[in-house]
Ligand binder design. Structure first.
Ligand SMILES: Cc1cc2nc3c(=O)[nH]c(=O)nc-3n(C[C@H](O)[C@H](O)[C@H](O)COP(=O)(O)O)c2cc1C
Length: 167
């Protein structure tokens, strides 16, 4: 099964999470960083995972554009959607719902908030100031949720067996 994981990252956390997911999804997995690489041809893949990170409540514009442009094709493929962010619980879930089109969220086989990290070494002056003021954190912090990554990948790998309904 040919899988594409396409994503955007601002400070590298989403890329790290993509590497983790990749390990669980089998042999034929290609990745595409939408900010650095040309958009792949979706017809070459059996399933697609899309990811991005949340900054000031929003996922990267390139992720939004990719979803909008490929809305029809994405509704015909096996799909997984995730975000990286530092909020938890309901706030994280609301950010996930805001990040992707409703049609894709309904169609997706797996959706998840996979945690995030504050990497002060990669932030500019303004970003450092915002994080210190809003999150009240002033050092590198990781909340990457490896358990959620595992369960998201397991959900992507689940095979639908109609005979189970008759057992
Ligand atoms: C300037 C800034 C704004 C952020 N805003 C949010 C936010 O609104 N909600 C949230 O849950 N996380 C927020 N975060 C946390 C990021 O989502 C988190 O750092 C994520 O892991 C970044 O992933 P990336 O390195 O792939 O870009 C923010 C981080 C920064 C630096």
């Amino acid at each position: 099964m040919k899988t594409l994981i396409t994503y955007c990252t601002t400070h590298g956390c989403t890329q790290k999470v993509v590497k983790e997911i990749k390990q669980f999804l089998g042999e034929e997995v290609s990745t595409c960083n939408l900010k650095m690489e040309p958009e792949p041809d979706l017809s070459e893949f059996d399933r697609v995972v899309i990811g991005g990170s949340i900054h000031a409540g929003q996922i990267q514009k390139k992720v939004k554009e990719f979803c909008k442009k490929n809305l029809e094709a994405l509704q015909k493929t096996e799909l997984g959607l995730f975000i990286c962010c530092m909020e938890d619980g309901e706030k994280a879930e609301a950010q996930l719902q805001e990040a992707y089109p409703e049609e894709l969220l309904k169609h997706a086989k797996a959706t998840a908030c996979l945690g995030g990290e504050f990497n002060f070494d990669k932030m500019n002056f303004l970003e450092k100031m915002i994080v210190k003021k809003v999150a009240k954190i002033n050092q590198n912090t990781s909340k990457v949720n490896y358990e959620a990554i595992h369960s998201f990948s397991n959900n992507m790998n689940k095979i639908f067996n109609p005979f189970l309904f008759f057992v």
